[in-house]
Design a protein around this ligand. Structure first.
Ligand SMILES: Nc1ncnc2c1ncn2[C@@H]1O[C@H](COP(=O)(O)OP(=O)(O)OP(=O)(O)O)[C@@H](O)[C@H]1O
Ligand SMILES: [Mg+2]
Length: 261
């Protein structure tokens, strides 16, 4: 079964800003899926459409085989989101906000309190549990968003750069948590600019460029070194593949330089 299916997805912000242009992508259930691409490629736009926060112009979005319309919201019970700009209510403490999130998902108060405590400890947020979220650092705010995304044990996690700004100790904890979630049969779709993390952590990776899918592979195959059938070149890493598939023709092998260096 496919957890996510995007078919011919199109989105323009203005007449001349085509963020997504015929994007086709499938994410199998039970996969930890990495979604990478240059700045402005359309990753956050895709994630905002999945979260119902941006309206697609054309195409279909299916989650677990069901088409999602822009006005649907029931599906969000089964999905957890971390968005590019973290969402939280900054006049609440992390505990208050997470309790609120748990209540919105209908988790009974006692169970919610236990999960909140566990999440605050797990993400090293206990020290600041009495402070309002507005006083948190960027990484701490991201952790609060992540805690809210997992609190209802969703079948699918859709995460926009979830590890960005997170310190190495917590990042390791979160990566282990994502792996455990997937090992239980749930699905994770995450964007990232950290190709090493994606290559090591994810089961599958897709590269998007200018709103289109330009590459998709099992990371296991990348680790086994993929041979490009056209150029007969053997790629050594996801980084090499990325730079190759997103660079403009003619610029492929030339490195950009600064005139004063
Ligand atoms: N609110 C907006 N109004 C106008 N244009 C937008 C808006 N949001 C995104 N865009 C444009 O849509 C395109 C895709 O942007 P998007 O944020 O989806 O990229 P991204 O892949 O998430 O990039 P990054 O890696 O920098 O986060 C870009 O050209 C961007 O300028
Ligand atoms: Mg983005």
């Amino acid at each position: 079964m496919k957890a996510i299916e995007l078919i011919g997805l199109e989105k323009s912000y203005r007449v001349n800003v085509k963020a997504l242009c015929d994007l086709n992508l499938s994410v199998e259930k039970g996969t930890l899926f990495g979604f990478v691409g240059p700045n402005g490629a359309g990753k956050s736009t895709t994630i905002k459409i999945l979260a119902g926060l941006a309206k697609k112009d054309k195409g279909e979005v299916r989650l677990f085989g069901n088409e999602i319309s822009s006005t649907a919201y029931e599906y969000k019970r089964d999905v957890g989101f971390v968005l590019e700009t973290p969402y939280y209510i900054d006049k609440l403490t992390s505990r208050e906000y997470l309790n609120f999130a748990a209540a919105m998902y209908g988790i009974p108060p006692k169970e919610a309190a236990a999960r909140v405590d566990e999440l605050l400890a797990f993400l090293d947020l206990e020290e600041k549990k009495k402070e309002m979220i507005e006083s948190f650092s960027a990484g701490m705010k991201k952790k609060v968003s992540l805690a809210a995304a997992v609190i209802h044990q969703p079948r699918l996690l859709i995460l926009d750069e979830p590890l960005e700004g997170i310190d190495p100790t917590s990042a390791k904890q979160i990566k282990d948590m994502l792996r455990r979630i997937v090992n239980k049969g749930e699905s994770v779709f995450m964007s990232s600019h950290n190709l090493d993390t994606v290559e090591k952590l994810c089961d599958e990776v897709a590269i998007i460029n200018k709103g289109k899918l330009v590459f998709q592979s099992r990371t296991e195959d990348i680790r086994k070194k993929i041979k490009d059938e056209v150029s007969q070149e053997t790629y050594q890493s996801l980084e090499e593949i990325f730079i190759d598939v997103v660079s403009k023709d003619g610029e492929r092998k030339e490195k950009k330089k600064l005139s004063w260096l």
